[in-house]
Structures are given as structure tokens and as C-alpha cells.
Design a protein around this ligand. Structure first.
Ligand code: 18C
Length: 253
């Protein structure tokens, strides 16, 4: 849950709840479904493995649009001792963000659309010689149950949206992001009684995909260098953070 003090504007008339819908419901649904399709596509054709560290593999496809690097990125990782719900929860919740995110100067929630969907405005660290970037995106968390036996899949999608409380202010440049974190929980040697499941019996299979357009020209080599360094760094730091935070807590399935 988001501390109320961090919400600048709560749901207003414009997205007043009718049947649990708000003005971005259809967009959220469409993008979530796209990610659920896309996550199944493999990385055998046209993707380069740019980083590998144990279970972590980071792939990227080199793509430019009008001379701007917009390389899609796909990462796979397996993390022992945590569930997909825990990984997604820590990624989505505002209150943990500054503890694991290393690309940010600041983050705030500017609107809560429903209990699972909020709008963030973030100011990213400036990378010389490029202009400073900011981002404004809806962020949605969801649990998808597969069948009665399987553990559900959890996902978070972050998708750029404009917002009156986040006007673009020069010299900042607004980046455009479409990011998804999709997690499955694997239970090995499940005990007869689900209450006896221990952290040593669980692992999380994580897929992270990102389409980021820097929103203006940036030297290609510099951007690809930053991406190659920062995505693995994020994955490593974020997943270790969740392992540390949950180590002595009851398992959140
Ligand atoms: O997914 C991540 N974080 C989420 C919560 O914050 C959210 C973020 C979405 C935006 C991602 C884009 C971040 C760009 C940051 C630019 C500045 C980098 C500064 C680094 C300095 C230490 O979904 C985790 C995101 C992990 C991001 C890795 C970096 C990606 C680089 C993309 C390049 C963008 C252009 C920046 C200009 C570079 C100039 C050479």
C-alpha cells in the first residue's frame, strides 16, 4: 500500500471508479496482454547476449529509430529464496524504490488510479554530456493465476503516459519507457502441507523487458555503454535487495 502522504492527487472525478474502471483501464489491459505475448518470444534470432553472471542473462537487439538508439532489452534471471509476488511487490511499491534504484534523483506518485495502478514522476540522474532525463508512467501490478495447482504469475508494467501534474520542462528531456517484470515461482520438493514450505524450497524465475527511447538524440555508443553497464547492475542490486529484505520474513505467495 502507498502511504497516503505520498499521493499528490488521489482518484478524482475524471477517473472516478465505475465498475473498477478508470481512464487508463483499456490501455493498461492492452499493454499487459502485449507483454504476456512478448515474454514467450525467444531470443535466438537477432538478440546479442551482452552480459551473463551466473543465472542472469541480459540480451539486447540493436535498433535505431530516426538515428536514436531504442534497443529492446530482455533479461532472464533465477533467484533463490523469494517468490514472484515478493519480487514484483518490491519493484512496484514506491516506498522501496530509492533503496534499490540507482538511476534516480527523485521519484513521486502523482496519482493513484486504483489500488494496483499508480502514476509515477521520476527525475533520473544526469549522464554527461546528455541532458537530464525525466519519466512519467503508469505502473500496474497484477497476479495471473494459471491453474489451481500452479503458482500464479506476477507482473508489473511501467508505461509512459502524459500527466498535467508532470509537464515537460526544459532542459529536462522526457524519456519514453515500456518496461515489464514478469515472475514465476517454482517450488521444489513441495511438502505435503503448504505451510511447511521454506525459503530453501522456492525460487523465482524472472523476465525483465525494457523498451526505452531516450526522448532525444544521445550519442549511440555512450547510450549503449550506459545501458550495458546499468541494466545488469540494476538486476543484481534489485534482486539482492529483495533477498535481503525478505530473508527473515514470512513468505509472501
Ligand atoms: O525498470 C527500472 N526501474 C523502474 C523504476 O524506476 C522503471 C524505470 C523506467 C525508466 C528506465 C530508464 C532509465 C533511464 C535512466 C537514464 C539515466 C541513467 C543514469 C545512470 C547513472 C548511474 O521501470 C530499472 C531501470 C534500469 C535502467 C538502466 C539504465 C538504462 C539506460 C537507458 C538509457 C536512457 C538514456 C539516458 C541518457 C544516457 C546518456 C549517455
Amino acid at each position: 500500500t502507498v502511504p497516503v502522504s505520498t499521493i499528490v492527487s488521489k482518484s478524482n472525478d475524471d477517473n472516478s471508479e465505475n465498475n473498477g474502471k478508470h481512464r487508463l483501464t483499456d490501455d493498461v489491459e492492452r499493454i499487459v496482454q502485449e507483454h504476456l505475448q512478448y515474454v514467450r518470444e525467444d531470443v535466438s534470432n537477432g538478440w546479442d547476449l551482452i552480459h551473463q553472471d551466473g543465472e542472469m542473462k541480459v540480451y539486447r537487439r540493436e535498433v535505431e529509430e530516426n538515428g536514436i538508439v531504442v534497443d529492446p532489452l530482455k533479461c532472464f534471471h533465477t533467484i533463490k529464496g523469494v517468490t514472484g509476488h515478493e519480487i514484483c511487490r518490491y519493484f512496484w511499491e514506491f516506498q522501496y524504490r530509492m533503496e534499490w534504484e540507482t538511476t534516480l534523483d527523485s521519484t513521486k506518485i502523482i496519482e493513484a488510479l486504483d489500488p494496483d495502478t499508480v502514476i509515477f514522476f521520476q527525475l533520473h540522474k544526469r549522464v554527461w554530456p546528455a541532458a537530464q532525463r525525466d519519466s512519467c508512467f503508469w505502473s500496474h501490478i497484477r497476479c495471473i493465476s494459471n491453474s489451481d495447482e500452479d503458482q500464479p504469475t506476477w507482473l508489473v508494467v511501467n508505461y509512459t503516459t502524459p500527466h498535467p501534474l508532470a509537464p515537460i520542462k526544459s532542459p529536462q528531456v522526457r524519456l519514453v519507457a515500456n518496461v515489464a517484470l514478469i515472475c514465476e515461482t517454482i517450488i521444489s520438493e513441495p511438502p505435503l502441507n503448504p505451510k511447511d514450505i521454506k525459503r530453501e524450497n522456492i525460487q523465482c524465475k524472472l523476465t525483465y523487458v525494457a523498451f526505452v527511447n531516450p526522448g532525444g538524440w544521445v550519442p549511440s555508443a555512450a547510450l549503449r555503454g550506459v545501458a550495458k553497464r546499468e541494466y545488469p547492475r540494476f538486476l543484481k542490486r534489485f534482486t539482492s535487495y529483495v533477498v535481503e529484505q525478505t530473508r527473515n520474513k514470512p513468505i509472501l505467495f
